[in-house]
Design a protein around this ligand. Structure first.
Ligand code: SF4
Ligand code: SF4
Length: 153
């Protein structure tokens, strides 16, 4: 899920003091596609399903049947034989304008605010995540992005 390059909280964010880390200080997507590889990671919401189905000219039920697998009772994007998300082609996300919330949010996730160790775990599979900030700095920065995102959802 190559991340959007410009998280909602920009360096000039008036809510950020000069001493605090900006999103760009702690994360820069390398467009490597590693986060699009592997089964079961990408949960999709009903809103995601409606948006993606419309984008690819399908309908929600058909989209779920043809492009999703079930993880417990929840649909996740299916992966192809190469192990990558079905929408990862020629090293780009082919549904970028409507990619799932989870892909858009990465790696600024609520779970990191709850436990910054998740940031360090996530860094083992995402080379764009920097780990040279303190836990407190990571929490403050990720929280600002999460709160800013909530205001627009
Ligand atoms: S929807 Fe796009 S960004 Fe998300 S996992 Fe699939 S290819 Fe990656
Ligand atoms: S694994 Fe990280 S650096 Fe690589 S594409 Fe995904 S978000 Fe970007």
């Amino acid at each position: 899920m190559p991340s959007d390059a410009n998280p909602k909280t920009a360096p000039g964010d008036p809510k950020r003091s000069a001493l605090e880390k900006s999103p760009e200080d702690i994360f820069e997507c390398r467009q490597c596609g590693e986060c699009c590889n592997g089964y079961g990671g990408t949960y999709i919401t009903p809103k995601d399903i409606a948006a993606i189905a419309e984008f690819i000219g399908s309908d929600p039920d058909r989209f779920v049947t043809e492009y999703c697998q079930m993880s417990g009772s929840r649909p996740v994007l299916a992966v192809g034989e190469n192990g990558y998300c079905l929408f990862w082609k020629n090293k780009i996300c082919t549904i970028h304008p409507v990619k799932p919330r989870m892909c858009r949010a990465w790696p600024f996730l609520e779970s990191v605010v709850a436990d910054p160790n998740n940031w360090r775990i996530m860094s083992s599979m995402c080379p764009g995540i920097r780990t040279d900030a303190s836990n407190a700095e990571i929490i403050r920065c990720v929280r600002r992005v999460v709160e800013s995102r909530r205001e627009t959802e």
